[in-house]
Design a protein around this ligand. Structure first.
Ligand code: TMP
Length: 210
């Protein structure tokens, strides 16, 4: 079975992931890779519907966690696993670390509950699907807040106070500590060109980019 490369991108709202994901998709295609670009919550018709609910509909923290993992289940089954089996590079704007950071760190959902959900949703033949690389755009919440002021109408996460994002960052840090090899932590408050150079370097180090 051919096996692709799974890369996820994480960070608090306003960290500036999207333009780097677009640029990386183009660069990888130029180097001959077949690229699947997707996002969470979302990436399938069902998961995009769940995304609308999670981002806009009031709900309690555990309901939110169950919905993001339900969306992930559909996305993994329909998009991510088939793409990896084809040998694609999968670039995913957020994955399970976001649930630990936002629902765990930000909302206070029990970590063990999230680990259980992760096992159920991402397991296949005993192995839990994880990205091969997670690029974490680490941005101080105060900088993100200043950027988000100019953004479109805020959703249920973007409208949270700065303190919420400190908790989210702690959630990401806890995930990184648990699996440091998987993470490339990039200081997202550097000039854009430097952030881009760091993104490329993370792939060069793993032998995926020339
Ligand atoms: P984004 O696509 O603009 O990054 O927005 C997605 C939002 O959803 C973002 O605020 C983070 C949040 N989110 C969670 O709370 N849990 C999750 O598991 C995922 C994937 C995203």
């Amino acid at each position: 079975m051919s096996q692709g490369i799974f890369i996820s991108f994480e960070g608090i709202d306003g960290a500036g992931k999207s333009s780097h994901i677009d640029a990386l998709a183009s660069l990888l295609q130029q180097q001959g890779y077949s690229v699947t670009r997707s996002r969470e919550p979302g990436g399938t018709e069902l998961a995009e519907q769940l995304r609308q609910l999670v981002l806009n509909h009031p709900m309690d923290a555990l309901t939110e966690a169950l919905l993001v993992f339900a969306a992930r289940r559909d996305h993994v089954q329909q998009v991510i696993r088939p793409a990896l089996q084809r040998g694609d590079v999968v670039l995913c704007d957020r994955f399970a670390d976001a649930s630990f950071a936002y629902q765990g760190g930000g909302r206070g959902v029990d970590w063990a509950t999230l680990l259980q959900l992760e096992q159920w949703v991402q397991s296949q033949q005993g192995a839990v699907l994880q990205p091969d690389l997670t690029i974490w755009f680490d941005l101080p919440p105060a900088v993100a807040a200043a950027r988000l002021v100019q953004a479109r109408t805020a959703d249920r996460f973007e409208s949270q106070p700065e303190d919420f994002f400190h908790q989210v960052v702690q959630g990401y840090a806890r995930r990184q500590q648990a699996d440091p090899q998987r993470f490339a932590r990039i200081a997202a408050d550097q000039p854009r060109e430097q952030v881009w150079a760091d993104v490329c370097q993370a792939l060069v180090q793993r032998g995926w980019l020339r």
